[in-house]
Design a protein. Structure first.
Lengths: 183, 477
C-alpha cells in the first residue's frame, strides 16, 4: 500500500463539509491559519466567500475595457478607411465624415469585442479549459456540481504537512477527509 | 385594535420541500432519462416543417423573389414582417437574463436558461429572412465589410447595414451569455451521466469546470459585465431594426417614436412567447415547483405593462400624425384604421391592446389556461402590428394612382410556417440534451444557499421575517 502511493505525487488534502455556512467557516479558519494554496469548491457561488478567502478583485474589468476600446477605435478606423479613404462615395454632395451614421456600427462592435473579452477573459483567468485535474480522481468530489461542499489545501503550500492539515480540518468540522493524488 | 397595514410576504421562488440534490435531480433527470416517445413525435413534426422551409428557400433561390407576393409599390412583405416578428420574440431572453439580473429580480433564475435558448433560436429564424430576400444569395457576403470583386465596401450610412451588425452582434453575445451560464450546469450533467460518450461530450463543453470558488469569483464578475453589456445591446437591437423604417421618408414610418415603440413591442411579444413555451414545458416536464404560478403572474404583469406601452404608442402615432399637419401622415393613419387593411389594424388593436387588459385582475393573472391563450393572441397581434406597419405604408403611399393591394403567395406562407420547424427542431434538442433550468443560479437563490440561514451547529434554520407590531395611527387612539 505504502509503496503504491509513493509513486504518485500528493496533490493535497480534500475535506468535505455539510453546507455553505460550514464552508465559509472552514475557509476562514484555513486562511487565518496562514495557508495560501487552497481552494473551496461548491455547486454555486457563495455569498461572502471572497471575504472569507481574502480573494483579490479579479482583473477582468481591465481586460473588458481593453477589448471595448479596441472595438470602439477599431470600428471608427475601419469605417473611416472604407468610407472616406478607400472608396469614397459622393452621394448628392453629402459629407463623407457622416459620423452620426457611424454610431450604430461603432456601438455594436464595442459591445461585441467587450463581450468576447468578458467571456474568454474569464475562462483564461480561471485557467479553463482544463479537462484533467487531480481532484477529479476523488470519487466523492463528483458531488461538487450537485450538493457537495469541499475544501482542498494543496501540497504546494509552504506550510503544508499532511497530519497538521488533517488535524486542522477535523477540528474545523469536516465530515470526510481524504488525500488526493495526482496520478 | 385593527392592524393598520398588512405585511406582504415575498413568495418562495422554489415551491415544495426541495434541497439542492432534489433540484439537481428534478432538472437533470430530464436529460439522463431515455428519450420519451412524445419527444420523437414532436421532433418529427418539427423536422417536416423544417424540410418545408428548406424546400421553400431552395425554390426561392432557384426562381428568385418573384415567387413571393411582392409587387410595386409593396416591395416589402412577409419577409420583413417575419424578420421583425422573430427578432422581437428574441428580445425576452436577454431581457430576462440581463436586465432582470441587474435589477436583482431573483425569480428570473427559473426561466432564464429557457428564455435565452428561445432567444437564440428566434434570432436564427429571424436572420434567415434578410439573408434570403437579397435575391442573389451567393453574394450575401457583400453585406459584410470584407473585400469583394467590386472593390467596394458596404454603405455605413445605411440602416440595413446597421441591422447586419446589430443582429449578428446580438446573436453572438446572446450565445456567449447563454454558454457562460451553461458551463457549470454542463459540469453537473457530466458528473451524473453514466454513458461514456455522454461523459466525453458534456465534459468537453463543461471545459473542466470544478466549482472552485476562485473561479466562481471571476465567473460572477464576468456574468455581471456580460449582463451590463447585454442591457444596452438588447435595447439597441430593436431600435436599429426600427431604423430600417424610421430613417426612410415613407409616411407612417418616418417617426421618432419608433425605437422605444419597437423595443416595448419586442419585450411584449418575447414575454408572450416565453409564457407559451413555459406553460407547456412545466406541465410536460413536471417543473411546477420551479416555474411557479408566481412566475407566471409576474410575467403577466410585464405583459400588461408593455401592452399598455404599445397601446400608448399606437395612440401617440395617430396624435402626432394629426398634430404634425402633414397630409400624407394624416392620410396613412386614416387608411390604416379604415382602408383596405383595416381588418389587420383592428386585429392588431384587439390582440395587443385589449387582450392583456384581463391581467388587471389577479385571478386572471394566475389562471394558466387564460394566460396560455392570451400569450398566443399577443403574438398573433404582434405579427399583425409588423404587417400593418410594413404593408399599409407601402401599398397606399403618396400617389393614389400607384396604390396596390398586397397578398402573400403560398411560398410566403410556407417559408414562414417552415421557420417554426427550424425553431422547434432546435428547441426540442435543447429540451432533450441541456438542463433547461439554470441549476447553479436557482440553487443560489434558495434559502439553503445563504450562509446566514444556518445556526452555530451548522443546521439549516429557515429564514423568518419579523413582522413589526402595527404602529397605532392617530385615528385608532
Amino acid at each position: 500500500m505504502e509503496s503504491k502511493k509513493s509513486e504518485k505525487t500528493l496533490f493535497g488534502v480534500l475535506a468535505e463539509v455539510r453546507n455553505p455556512k460550514e464552508l465559509i467557516d472552514i475557509a476562514k479558519t484555513i486562511s487565518d491559519s496562514g495557508y495560501r494554496m487552497y481552494d473551496t469548491y461548491s455547486p454555486f457561488p457563495i455569498h461572502g466567500m471572497d471575504a472569507a478567502m481574502k480573494l483579490k478583485k479579479p482583473k477582468l474589468g481591465w481586460i473588458v475595457l481593453g477589448h471595448g476600446l479596441v472595438g470602439f477605435f477599431g470600428a471608427i478606423a475601419m469605417i473611416y478607411f472604407m468610407a472616406v479613404i478607400d472608396y469614397p462615395l459622393n452621394i448628392s454632395g453629402k459629407t463623407l465624415m457622416n459620423v452620426p451614421a457611424w454610431v450604430p456600427v461603432t456601438f455594436e462592435l464595442t459591445i461585441l469585442l467587450s463581450a468576447f473579452g468578458a467571456t474568454f477573459g474569464m475562462f483564461a483567468l480561471n485557467g479553463l479549459p482544463k479537462f484533467n485535474h487531480p481532484l477529479f480522481n476523488s470519487e466523492k468530489f463528483e458531488k461538487v456540481t450537485d450538493d457537495g461542499f469541499f475544501v482542498c489545501i494543496e501540497a504546494t503550500d509552504p506550510q503544508f504537512e499532511v497530519d497538521k492539515v488533517r488535524n486542522l480540518m477535523e477540528k474545523a468540522g469536516a465530515v470526510h477527509i481524504e488525500e488526493v493524488y495526482d496520478e | 385594535m385593527s392592524k393598520t397595514y398588512e405585511y406582504v410576504h415575498e413568495p418562495e421562488l422554489v415551491k415544495g420541500d426541495h434541497n439542492f440534490k432534489s433540484i439537481t435531480a428534478l432538472v437533470t433527470d430530464i436529460n439522463l432519462r431515455p428519450t420519451p416517445a412524445g419527444w420523437y413525435i414532436a421532433f418529427g413534426i418539427s423536422n417536416i416543417l423544417l424540410l418545408i422551409m428548406l424546400v421553400a428557400i431552395g425554390y426561392l433561390i432557384w426562381e428568385g423573389t418573384g415567387i413571393w407576393g411582392l409587387n410595386t409599390p409593396a416591395n416589402w412583405g412577409w419577409a420583413i414582417v417575419n424578420f421583425v416578428w422573430w427578432v422581437g420574440i428574441g428580445h425576452a431572453g436577454t431581457l430576462i437574463s440581463a436586465i432582470l439580473f441587474l435589477f436583482r429580480q431573483n425569480w428570473r433564475t427559473a426561466i432564464n436558461r429557457f428564455a435565452e435558448a428561445m432567444t437564440i433560436f428566434a434570432v436564427m429564424c429571424a436572420g434567415i429572412f434578410p439573408a434570403i430576400h437579397v435575391g442573389r444569395i451567393w453574394v450575401i457576403y457583400w453585406v459584410f465589410p470584407i473585400p469583394n470583386q467590386m472593390a467596394m465596401w458596404p454603405n455605413f450610412s445605411s440602416p440595413l447595414l446597421w441591422d447586419v451588425f446589430a443582429v449578428s452582434t446580438y446573436f453572438t453575445v446572446s450565445l456567449l451569455f447563454w454558454y457562460v451560464g451553461l458551463v457549470p450546469d454542463l459540469a453537473t450533467v457530466r458528473d451524473r451521466i453514466k454513458s461514456k460518450v455522454g461523459k466525453v461530450v458534456y465534459g468537453t463543453f463543461a471545459l473542466g469546470w470544478r466549482g472552485s470558488n476562485r473561479h466562481w469569483w471571476t465567473y460572477e464578475k464576468a456574468y455581471m459585465i456580460l449582463a451590463g453589456l447585454a442591457t444596452p445591446l438588447v435595447l439597441s437591437v430593436h431600435s436599429i431594426v426600427s431604423f430600417d423604417f424610421a430613417v426612410s421618408i415613407i409616411p407612417g414610418w418616418h417617426t421618432t417614436i419608433f425605437p422605444p415603440y419597437f423595443v416595448a413591442g419586442a419585450i411584449f411579444s418575447g414575454f408572450a412567447m416565453v409564457l407559451t413555451l413555459m406553460i407547456v414545458c412545466r406541465k410536460i416536464y413536471k417543473l411546477e415547483d420551479i416555474m411557479t404560478i408566481d412566475h407566471m403572474e409576474k410575467m403577466n404583469m410585464i405583459l400588461l405593462v408593455t401592452g399598455m406601452m404599445v397601446g400608448f404608442a399606437y395612440l401617440m402615432e395617430v396624435f402626432i400624425a394629426w398634430y404634425s399637419g402633414v397630409e400624407y401622415e394624416k392620410a396613412i393613419f386614416m387608411l390604416r384604421a379604415t382602408g383596405p387593411y383595416a381588418w389587420a389594424y383592428w386585429i392588431m388593436i384587439t390582440c395587443n391592446v385589449l387582450s392583456p387588459q384581463f391581467f388587471w385582475v389577479k385571478k386572471y393573472r394566475r389562471n394558466v389556461a387564460l394566460t396560455f391563450v392570451i400569450s398566443i393572441i399577443v403574438n398573433i397581434g404582434m405579427w399583425f402590428e409588423r404587417f400593418v406597419i410594413a404593408v399599409t405604408s407601402l401599398s397606399t403611399d403618396f400617389m393614389p394612382s400607384s396604390w396596390g393591394y398586397y397578398s402573400p403567395t403560398i411560398w410566403d406562407v410556407l417559408t414562414y410556417v417552415g421557420t417554426f420547424g427550424l425553431f422547434f427542431t432546435f428547441f426540442l434538442l435543447f429540451l432533450r440534451f441541456l438542463p433547461m433550468v439554470a441549476l447553479a443560479e436557482i440553487k443560489n437563490v434558495m434559502p439553503q444557499a445563504d450562509p446566514h440561514n444556518y445556526d452555530k451547529n451548522g443546521n439549516f434554520v429557515p429564514p423568518s421575517v419579523d413582522v413589526p407590531e402595527p404602529i397605532r395611527g392617530e385615528t385608532d387612539r
